[in-house]
Design a protein around this ligand. Structure first.
Ligand code: KIV
Length: 289
């Protein structure tokens, strides 16, 4: 969007205070980033969900730091005026702090993101503190954390009972204290997400976490049905059917190639008059055409 002013983490906090909802969508490549920016989204998340929706894996676990850097760089080229957050993928922030900071630095310097996101609560607070001390804005992510799907035992709603609600609130507070500028709440019950949001001074961004969050995030391919085997998810609203448009567009193209309707007169280029006569001799051009 020409002339658009990029959001920053100070303005995001002000948006929370003013009750101005934050819009975030994922994007994974240059064209999707261009369109998201033109549509006026506040934040683009280069999520490791790219493992599922772009790379065709069943989970986000196989996604590597190289994958994230590559996709983040493409997004940054397409959305120069939009705040970009890029995921740190599976197991890239659980080793030594030096190794973690090297990964964060790659996301920022090679991936051209403005911030990183990491999954986890109190257990990663010390790591978050070091990243923030290094001057890198960090977005937390609690609730359903897909990188731990094997430990959680599936994609389950979080915050259903008292113990779980208490744990989520403690995790959110630990992240806020460690310096996170915001927290994604994924698949959390609406009451608990609203309570956490009211207890924090930093914005919460919900996905399947109800109406009480300070912002919302959805996956690009879900919003637009950008796949052929789209599965309905209760927390997603679809706003387009790009999958159907792409399929019917490509099928019309194939049809026209097969029936020789494409290319037509308006798609071809003509040589200068007499060029074939000069090449092959007068009258012989037809033999070679
Ligand atoms: O990777 C991702 O797309 C995410 C969102 C679901 C928040 O983490």
């Amino acid at each position: 969007m020409a002339g658009k002013q990029m959001l920053n983490i100070v303005k995001m906090k002000r948006m929370k205070q003013d009750g101005d909802p934050i819009s975030m969508i994922t994007a994974y490549d240059y064209p999707s980033a261009v369109l998201a920016e033109e549509a006026g989204v506040d934040i683009i998340l280069v999520g490791d969900s790219l493992g599922n929706v772009v790379l065709g894996y069943d989970t986000t676990i196989p996604v590597t730091l190289d994958d994230m850097v590559y996709h983040s760089r493409s997004v940054a080229r397409g959305a120069k005026n939009t705040f970009i957050v890029t995921d740190m993928p599976f197991m890239t922030y659980h080793g030594s702090i030096d190794e973690t900071l090297r990964g964060v630095s790659r996301i920022m310097q090679e991936g051209h993101a403005q911030a990183v996101k990491m999954e986890g609560g109190a257990e990663i607070a010390d790591t978050v503190k070091r990243i923030v001390q290094a001057g890198v804005p960090m977005l937390g992510h609690i609730g359903l954390t897909p990188q731990s799907v094997n430990q959680i035992g599936g994609y389950r709603i979080q915050g259903k009972d008292e113990a779980d609600a208490k744990r989520l609130l403690e995790d959110a507070r630990a992240l806020e204290q460690a310096g996170a500028f915001g927290i994604v709440l994924e698949l959390v019950t609406e009451e608990v997400a609203a309570y956490i949001s009211s207890e924090l001074s930093i914005p919460t961004i919900g996905i399947g976490a109800g109406r009480g969050c300070d912002g919302q995030v959805l996956v690009y391919h879900d919003v637009l049905k950008y796949t052929s085997n789209y599965r309905n998810k209760r927390f997603v609203k679809t706003f387009g059917d790009i999958g159907e448009q792409i399929r019917s567009g490509i099928s019309a193209y194939v049809q026209e190639v097969k029936t020789r309707q494409f290319p037509a007169e308006e798609h071809v280029f003509a040589a200068e008059d007499g060029v074939l006569d000069n090449l092959y001799g007068k009258g012989k051009a037809e033999i070679h055409s």
